[in-house]
Structure formats: structure tokens, C-alpha cells
Unconditional design. Structure first.
Length: 463
């Protein structure tokens, strides 16, 4: 099996349209060939390709930002001497100056097949910028490690953000190259787009279901440590923003969940009772892991584990997490039923309504903050691009005088003395410099300079 980057490097006919053009690369740490050579280094040594720029999405081109939601700054590659622009720093969308550095951009990103994984949104922003500036976009395709199943709810119109590029389900089942075609059709983009497809990809074949068994897995983001995480991510990531831990800060991030006040054994038993068929093909073990981020104390977690056979009909790891939420809800309801003997039902209902309203309000505020942040960055970006093209936006008009303070007449001063005189009713001083009037006693001699005084003292002392 060959990925898109390997086909491009091996076939001169595929590279022929790139002859004589400036080429940019959008990549991340998992953008490697079969021998683990980074795509930037492989393309730099490939004949017929002239690299002029590089782009890095969230976490950077080489993964230098390990923590989540840490922005990356622009830099210059020390070996190639080309600019490396960050699309998760001061801007999320490529600027006009960035787009002017290349003719064709090659997108080589390993995706996880989930709507909120930000690499798909970065692809959309690049497609929109390429359509605006007349650039070409090539996607060097890679497998979707989550496979072909399509699951989850669809994003509602009006809720688009950096973690939701469009009305797609949570687990969309497409590769990044197929996602680009969908974006172009969905948003009616007029852009020169091409996909270098994979060779020998079999997404329905065991045991890898699209991921070659002899291929090393490289983290596309710091917490995407293995294929199990990639297949569970669409479920465990829904815990972000709750009081449950999704395992960040542990050795198994986004593969487990829990909290100190959860009885893992009771949750596991309730999961078997509610939907035992969802647990087919998987094994779940209880673990006591020290979480270092959300819960500093030791917390109980449930760890979804795949069985070795990994049959197609049993590959349902993403469903384990929503299934785990149900028992937690049911167990909480049982606890509430016990507490009703001590607390009035009206107070319990009010607490429930307030909790739901609070969660909804937090979600709305988060989406609004993200939208305002993107709009503010876009406005700053447009202003910067306009100034660099020589079309600076209009400056702020001069301040109009108030009704109590008349406009200054030509020739009048604007110093603090003039403003004070205007408030007192006196006419301000003119701008022309006034000379000091001579004293009435004309016999007064003008003061000598320091040099003249020193010469006079020297003559008097030694003469």
C-alpha cells in the first residue's frame, strides 16, 4: 500500500505539472513516508520540486507544541531557508502575504476522521483562500483510521466554528482528499483541486481496516498516540467541557474516562445491562490511574480495549463512550431518588433545570467566543493585507469640536496653555515664536556665554 506522498515521489508523471512552479507544503509531525522521512525533507530532495514555503496546522509543522490549544509562531526553516507559516497562531486562515509565496500547495495531513479534529477546518480555510487568490491545492491522501462507518449527530447550521467546519456528522467516514471534494461542492468553491489518491487501500479488510499492519503510527497530535485512540476519539472527545476526565495527562489520553466519584464497577455492570451487543468485540477493564490535569487526585477510569480479532462488525469502540454516559446518568438518577427523602422534589427539579441551563449557556458562550475571535483575527488580517498592498483602510476622521468648545482657527496654537486660555475666555497664543522684550534699562549688558566667561576669568587670573 502506498500513501499519496509516496506515489508523488515515485512517479515523475504525477510531478510533471509542478515543474517550474513554486510549491508549498501543509504538514504536521505525522506527514512522513514509509521509512519515516518527513514529507518536507522528502520533497526538498525530490527533483523537479521547488519548495518556497511551508505551513503548519495546530501543534505546528514538527509538533513543537505538545500542550493542547497552544499557538505556534511563524519562523524560517534553518536548513531550507523557507518561511514556515503557522495556521494556529496569530491567524487561523492563510493571509494574502502567505498565499503570495507559492503557486501550488500540497496538503499532507493525517486526519482522525472526526468533525472536531481541526485539520479538516484548516483544509477548508486553505481551499477558500486558494479560490480567492487563484492558487492550486493538491491533497496527498492518507487513510482514515476510524474507517468508513458514519455515526453521530450532524452539526446544525449557524454553529460552524474552528471545531466544526460544516454540516457533517461527528464520525464522517471520509479521507481528507474526499473531504476536500465535499467542501468544494458544499460551499461552491471555484478552485483548482487535485487529489493524489492512495494505492492499494482496503478500508473494509481486516485486520487493519484501512491502516496497513506494517505501517508505523506517528502522532498527528500529541494525544493521538495510537489507532485505539483514533477510533475512540469521536466518543471520548465529547467529555471535554464536563467534569469527567477524558484522560488528558495520563498515559492513555482520550482512551479512558472517569472521575474520583464514579464507581467504575457499577458503571461497567450497567453498560452490560443496557446494550450488551455494543460491547461485542471489545474488552473493558477497570483502572485506577493518576490523572494529572482535570483531577489531580487518583481517579477511577474505565479503559476501552479492543480484542485481537477486530472483526468489522465488532469494531464499535466509538460507541463505548456514549454507552458509558448512560450508566452514569442512571446511577445519578438513583442517587437523586434516594436523596428525595431528605430534599424537597421542587428543589431537586430546580437544581436540574439550572444545571441544564448552565451547560447550554456555557456552550453558547464558548461558540460565541470562538466566532468573535475568528472574526477579529480576520478583520486584522484584511487590514494588514490591505496595507501591504498599498490600499490602507481609511484613517479615523478628525475629532469634531464639541458645542462648548469652538473649532480652532488657523494659526491658533494647540498646546495645553492655549487650551487653558480658551477655557478662560482669552485668545490663544499664535504659533509664531515670540522674542523676549528688551528691558527698559538699555544699559543692561546681555549675558555672556559660558565659553566667554571662562576666557574672561582666565585672562583676569593670569594677566
Amino acid at each position: 500500500m502506498k500513501f499519496g506522498i509516496e506515489r508523488l515521489l515515485a512517479d515523475p508523471a504525477l510531478r510533471a505539472p509542478l515543474e517550474g512552479k513554486r510549491v508549498a507544503l501543509l504538514a504536521h509531525p505525522a506527514s512522513v513516508t514509509a521509512d519515516l522521512t518527513h514529507s518536507l525533507d522528502a520533497l526538498a530532495s525530490c527533483p523537479g520540486i521547488r519548495l518556497s514555503a511551508a505551513f503548519g496546522p495546530q501543534h505546528g509543522l514538527k509538533g513543537d507544541k505538545q500542550d493542547n490549544m497552544m499557538e505556534t509562531s511563524d519562523e524560517v526553516d534553518p536548513r531550507l531557508g523557507i518561511p514556515v507559516f503557522s495556521l494556529y497562531g496569530e491567524v487561523r486562515r492563510p493571509s494574502g502575504q502567505m498565499m503570495s509565496t507559492f503557486d501550488v500547495v500540497l496538503v499532507d495531513l493525517q486526519d482522525l476522521g472526526c468533525r472536531i479534529y481541526t485539520f479538516v477546518t484548516t483544509l477548508l480555510y486553505m481551499l477558500e483562500a486558494a479560490a480567492e487568490h487563484g492558487k492550486s491545492v493538491w491533497v496527498l491522501d492518507r487513510p482514515n483510521p476510524a474507517g468508513r462507518p458514519v455515526e453521530g449527530t450532524t452539526l446544525l447550521p449557524g454553529w460552524e466554528s474552528f471545531v466544526g467546519a460544516g454540516p457533517m456528522p461527528m464520525r464522517h467516514g471520509m479521507t481528507l482528499g474526499e473531504m476536500g471534494h465535499w467542501f468544494i461542492k458544499q460551499y461552491n468553491l471555484d478552485v483548482d483541486y487535485r487529489v493524489i489518491a492512495m494505492e492499494g487501500w482496503q478500508p473494509d479488510a481486516a485486520p487493519g481496516f484501512g491502516w496497513p499492519s506494517d505501517r508505523a503510527w506517528i502522532n498527528p497530535s500529541p494525544n493521538a498516540a495510537n489507532l485505539n485512540m483514533a477510533r475512540a476519539y469521536a466518543g471520548t472527545v465529547m467529555l471535554e467541557g464536563t467534569t469527567l476526565s477524558e484522560g488528558r495527562g495520563t498515559t492513555r489520553p482520550l482512551e479512558l474516562f472517569g472521575a474520583p466519584d464514579i464507581d467504575a464497577r457499577a458503571v461497567h455492570a450497567e453498560m452490560r445491562r443496557i446494550a450488551p451487543h455494543w460491547l461485542a468485540g471489545t474488552a473493558i477493564r477497570e483502572a485506577l490511574e493518576p490523572a494529572q490535569v482535570l483531577h489531580e487526585a487518583r481517579a477511577e477510569h474505565l479503559v476501552p480495549e479492543h480484542r485481537q480479532e477486530r472483526r468489522r462488525e465488532r469494531d464499535r469502540q466509538r460507541r463505548l463512550d456514549p454507552l458509558g454516559f448512560k450508566p452514569i446518568e442512571h446511577l445519578d438518577d438513583r442517587q437523586v431518588a434516594l436523596d428525595q427523602r431528605l430534599v424537597e422534589p421542587a428543589l431537586l427539579e430546580r437544581a436540574r433545570v439550572l444545571r441544564v441551563a448552565h451547560v447550554g449557556q456555557v456552550r453558547v458562550e464558548q461558540e460565541r467566543d470562538v466566532a468573535e475571535h475568528d472574526a477579529r483575527l480576520s478583520a486584522q488580517h484584511r487590514a494588514t493585507s490591505a496595507r501591504r498592498r498599498g490600499r490602507a483602510p481609511a484613517l479615523r476622521p478628525p475629532r469634531r469640536p464639541s458645542a462648548t468648545q469652538p473649532a480652532a482657527r488657523p494659526g491658533e496654537g494647540s498646546s495645553h496653555r492655549d487650551r487653558r486660555a480658551a477655557r478662560a475666555g482669552a485668545s490663544p497664543r499664535p504659533h509664531a515664536r515670540r522674542t523676549r522684550p528688551r528691558a527698559a534699562d538699555s544699559s543692561r549688558r546681555p549675558r555672556a556665554s559660558p565659553r566667554a566667561r571662562r576666557r574672561h576669568r582666565s585672562t583676569s587670573r593670569h594677566g
